[in-house]
Design a binder for this molecule. Structure first.
Ligand code: HSE
Length: 435
């Protein structure tokens, strides 16, 4: 049986998970791949802390170059995270002719196009199943299983931390900070929590998925991103009363000559299966022209679910190596020459429905002033909802709009905020029709 040597750079939680699967599942992996997947070396700054993994003959080293420069290593697994040193390691490994497996969404979203070019130049594979949605096989689904489909739209919950926080506020009345601390303790929040709660981690994943879905270059910078910091229990209660749930969604939709790509808190009806994806779970609903609607659901983070996705990439590459081939499945799902630059719709041009909440003064004429400004800006109101006066003397007023253009809504809100009728900035939550 052929031996395929693997080197891991980054022996953190996921690294330890991958090492565990490579050692504990040795026989199963051999039976399934027809190769011996030998974990030859692990590199990390810390090689003394016991991760509880029985490593056998695996060498533990401090220097990542001991992995990258080792001529016997076939596959380098980059699990360092971030996009600085991880980028250098990945580029070097690709240039050395190694196949690279990474779980690093920030790296791919920020530098994926360059990495793909480098992999092409060196005729090696770059695989990243663990970068989006943890154990959900979404990369393989888009790249391979749905090959005969035009992907019409994707709506996804891709950040376990945000989903956990929103679930805790909604189900237990937890406070935002409290719920975030829990997520950090549970180990799925990023080291820098703003990556999670401000929506950037979700945007990284959407940039990757959009590229695979539509054959477009990875484009992070044009994705509209909002996080969940402004979502309050008041909004969650209003949403419940309308039969809606608030989720941080990644939305990707295809139009004739552009795509929509946006990440923001979204109200979805309780009839939408995504509304029932709770705690740290992830899910993606895909609408494709041949399949119709399909959905994947699973753990989006965590040691073993993420390690499982890394192993699926290792096994794919190992199977290729056995047949003396590489790059059988294009890295971004389309051969590089067929990948296009497809523009992302500027947010101002989006049409959707809106939930708008104002902290209004409890005075006569306030509602008519707000609705008057919305009307002047072409925004038609579907319903108005008001709660009793709060201890600060203000009244929460919610307006649900019909379809409106983002540009009109932003213009109207700026005007409303400048009046004496409201205090603070209005809360804006876009409403998505059922997936
Ligand atoms: N911080 C991420 C999350 C980890 O909360 O989902 C998985 O990418």
């Amino acid at each position: 049986m052929k031996t395929i040597n693997i080197g891991i750079i980054g022996y953190g939680v996921v690294g330890a998970g991958v090492a565990t699967l490579l050692t504990q599942k040795k026989e199963l992996l051999e039976a399934r791949t027809g190769a011996i997947l030998n974990l030859k070396t692990i590199a990390d700054i810390d090689i003394t802390t016991d991760r509880g993994v029985e490593l056998g003959n695996t060498a533990l080293v401090n220097d990542a170059l001991d992995v990258i420069n080792d001529p016997d290593i076939d596959i380098v697994v980059e699990l360092v995270g971030g996009d600085t040193i991880a980028k250098q390691f990945t580029l070097k490994a690709l240039e050395k002719g190694k196949h690279v497996v990474t779980a690093n969404k920030a790296l791919l979203a920020g530098h994926g196009n360059e990495l793909v070019k480098t992999a092409r130049k060196n005729q090696v594979d770059l695989a990243f199943e663990a970068s989006c949605g943890g154990c959900m096989p979404i990369i393989k689904s888009l790249r391979e299983s749905l090959v005969a489909n035009n992907i019409l739209s994707m709506s996804a919950i891709l950040n376990g931390t945000c989903n956990y926080i929103l679930t805790k506020i909604s189900q237990d009345g937890s406070l935002f900070e409290e719920a975030l601390k829990d997520a950090q303790k549970l180990g799925f929040a990023e080291a820098e929590p703003s990556l999670d709660v401000d929506g950037h981690d979700t945007a990284h994943k959407l940039a990757i998925l959009n590229s695979l879905a539509h054959g477009m270059e990875i484009n992070l910078k044009d994705i509209h991103v909002e996080g969940i910091r402004n979502i309050t229990p008041v909004d969650i209660e209003f949403a419940k009363s309308f039969g809606y749930t608030i989720k941080l969604l990644a939305i990707g939709k295809v139009h004739e000559d552009h795509v929509e790509a946006r990440v923001h808190p979204t109200m979805i009806s309780n009839a939408n299966p995504l509304s029932h994806v709770d705690h740290s779970m992830n899910a993606i609903a895909i609408d494709a022209d041949a399949t119709g609607k399909t959905m994947l659901y699973g753990h989006g983070a965590g040691m073993m679910p993420t390690a499982s996705a890394v192993l699926s990439d290792i096994a794919d590459i190992a199977r290729n190596i056995i047949f003396n081939t590489a790059r059988r499945v294009p890295i971004l799902g389309y051969p590089e020459d067929n990948i296009k630059k497809i523009p992302i719709l500027p947010m101002d041009e989006l049409y959707t429905r809106y939930y708008l909440r104002f902290e209004a003064q409890d005075h006569p004429g306030v509602l008519s002033q707000i609705s008057g400004i919305l009307g002047e800006n072409n925004i038609s109101i579907k319903s108005v909802h008001q709660k009793g006066r709060q201890s600060n003397g203000k009244v929460p007023v919610v307006m649900i709009t019909h379809l409106a253009k983002e540009e009109w809504v932003q213009k109207a809100l700026t005007k409303i905020s400048a009046t004496d009728s409201v205090v603070g900035d209005p809360i804006v939550i876009r409403i998505e029709e059922d997936a």
